[in-house]
Every structure is written in structure tokens, then in C-alpha cells.
Write a protein that binds this ligand. Structure first.
Ligand code: GAL
Length: 313
């Protein structure tokens, strides 16, 4: 069962540390990667609160409910003050996709300085989904500032990077190189001027969908979605998918990923969001809810608990 907004434990009884994360699924297994925030929450001038970088944790499951910790698959570099992964820097929103051309698993993440003025992406690679991941480098995609981000592997094997740019004013979408470790060519501006972050992308019946949050730091806000026929747009804004969300807070969550649900109905998806606890970030919980698409309308309803394998819900 999935019980959103409550503490979740792994098979060893430890709280699951996979914030701002995403899932890679293959061969009947789900690999959930996210920020390990299992350290003290510290005051920070820019965003109020932070946890020093510990690394990216990976959890493995066959049913989306019982999770085994496969370890911190990309670790902080505590002894290297000049390294991107030095604990005083920022590592957020890690996502992994497998590259069809190389067979390798490629992790993309938001890399930033303590002051959040580096605004870059980081890339790491592994031969197996459980890692370990080798960190390659950070850079500004297309020479642009990049903060919240995600990557997406489309049905034709193309890889895409979607990132908040222009000081979070506008999303940029750009294709990845064939080996998925860089961006190729130019970018497209999406939801220009709408100040969106926390992007999550999925494909349904020939169309692409994007879920985004607004910009209010660790505090939740209404989501906004968009649909397009191709990644390079044009994207049409659709509105807020949360049904009966009286507070206008996306059920007190911020988007991070959408998972097509194996075992469910063909047109059912799982929305994954973070319910941040700013003053104790490591105790932030997860809001995972079934999402349906009818026509081009996305709909997410609250469930106190639900079984992700159940048909028809
Ligand atoms: C959010 C962002 C998070 C984190 C946070 C810091 O808007 O989505 O990933 O950066 O701000 O305040």
C-alpha cells in the first residue's frame, strides 16, 4: 500500500531518503533515486534551510511499496572542497535513464554552489542501475543557468533535458547527445515567463505531458501542466491537475516525477511529489497518487492509501 504524507521505511527500518527523485524501471524492478537528506537541517541565507550533500540514494522494489536500500550510489566528496559534490554545495533532483546507444545508466542532477549561483547540471554514469555512479562533470546546458530539472527517455530512444532557466522564468527543453552525457544542438523555450520549476514529463497516446510547480521554495503551490505533440513544442498550458485540492497546494506536494504504472490500466500513471518539511528536510515525506488522462485532461485525486498494482483502483 502507498500512504502519502506519512514516513516510509525501507526493508531495514530506516526512513527512506530519496527526495526530489525519480524512478527507472526495467526487468520487473523499480529503481528509485533521490536526494539523501538524512543529515541535520541547517539555516541557509538563500532558501532558508538546507542539508549538506550526502549523495544520491537508490532503492529497489518490485511492487512500489517495499523498498530495499541499495546504498548511496553517488556519494559526496567530503575531502575535496573544490569538487561539485563537496557537502557545502548543492545536489538536487537526480534522475536516471538508461542510454540505448551505450547501455549505460546516466544520472543527471542539479548542481549548485552554496550561494546557488552556479546553476548547472551534473552528469554521472554507471554500468548497472544499482551503481556505483562515476561523476563526470557539471556544466551550464546551452550556456544557460539551470536549476530544477529532469531528463526523459522517449519511445524512439531520444533523450531530453528539461530545466528551469532564465532565473526560473522559463523552462528550456533540449535534446541529449546519443550517449546521453551532454546536450546536442539548441534548446526550445517552454511555458515562457510562467516561472515554473520541478518539471516531470511523460508520454501518453502520442502526446507529451509536463507537470510543473510554481516557485515558492520548500513551500507548496498549485501545479500547472502542459501538453505537446513533440518535445520541441508548441506546448499548450492545461491548468492544475489536482482535483478537490481546496488549499491550492497540490495536496501539499511539489512534483518530481511521473511513472507509467506497470500492472495498472494502460492509461494510468503515478504522480510522485515531495512534501517538504523545511525545518527538518530529512523527514520530508512523499506524495504518490494515481493519475488518469482522459482526452488531454490530467486528473489527480487524493487517496489516503492505495495499491499501485490494483486494476481500476
Ligand atoms: C524548490 C526546488 C527544490 C529546492 C528548493 C530550495 O523550489 O524545487 O528542489 O531547490 O526550492 O528552496
Amino acid at each position: 500500500m502507498i500512504v502519502s504524507g506519512k514516513p516510509w521505511l525501507d526493508t531495514e527500518g530506516h526512513s527512506i531518503q530519496a527526495h526530489g527523485g525519480g524512478i527507472w524501471a526495467e526487468k520487473g524492478r523499480y529503481y528509485w533515486y533521490g536526494e539523501n537528506k538524512g543529515g541535520p537541517t541547517l539555516a541557509e541565507p538563500r532558501c532558508g534551510f538546507r542539508v549538506d550533500v550526502i549523495g544520491v540514494s537508490c532503492y529497489v522494489s518490485t511492487d512500489l511499496a517495499i523498498w530495499r536500500h541499495a546504498g548511496v550510489v553517488l556519494k559526496a566528496r567530503s575531502d575535496e572542497p573544490d569538487h561539485d559534490l563537496y557537502p557545502k554545495n548543492i545536489l538536487e533532483r537526480p534522475k536516471v535513464i538508461q542510454c540505448p546507444a551505450t547501455g549505460r545508466y546516466v544520472m543527471w542532477m542539479h548542481i549548485d554552489s552554496y550561494q546557488r549561483d552556479k546553476a548547472a547540471v551534473g552528469v554521472a554514469v554507471a554500468d548497472k542501475p544499482e551503481g556505483p555512479f562515476e561523476y563526470l562533470r557539471s556544466f551550464r546546458p546551452h550556456g544557460c543557468d539551470s536549476r530544477d530539472m529532469t531528463v526523459f527517455r522517449d519511445d524512439d530512444g531520444s533523450g531530453w533535458l528539461i530545466y528551469s532557466s532564465e532565473r526560473n522564468d522559463t523552462l528550456h527543453v533540449g535534446r541529449l547527445t546519443d550517449d546521453y552525457t551532454d546536450v546536442a544542438g539548441d534548446f526550445t523555450r517552454v511555458m515562457a515567463g510562467r516561472r515554473r520549476e520541478a518539471p516531470a514529463v511523460f508520454r501518453h497516446e502520442g502526446r507529451l505531458y509536463l507537470i510543473t510547480s510554481g516557485c515558492s521554495g520548500w513551500f507548496p503551490n498549485p501545479s500547472e501542466t502542459a501538453v505537446a505533440d513533440r518535445m520541441t513544442g508548441p506546448w499548450t498550458v492545461l491548468g492544475d491537475p489536482f482535483a478537490g485540492d481546496a488549499e491550492g497546494t497540490s495536496f501539499r506536494s511539489q512534483s518530481t516525477f511521473v511513472l507509467p504504472r506497470a500492472g495498472g490500466e494502460a492509461d494510468e500513471y503515478m504522480y510522485m511529489g515531495d512534501r517538504w518539511e523545511p525545518k527538518d528536510l530529512g523527514s520530508s515525506t512523499y506524495v504518490w497518487l494515481p493519475m488518469t488522462v482522459s482526452g488531454t485532461r490530467l486528473r489527480i485525486e487524493w487517496r489516503n492509501s492505495w495499491n499501485p498494482e490494483m486494476k481500476g483502483l
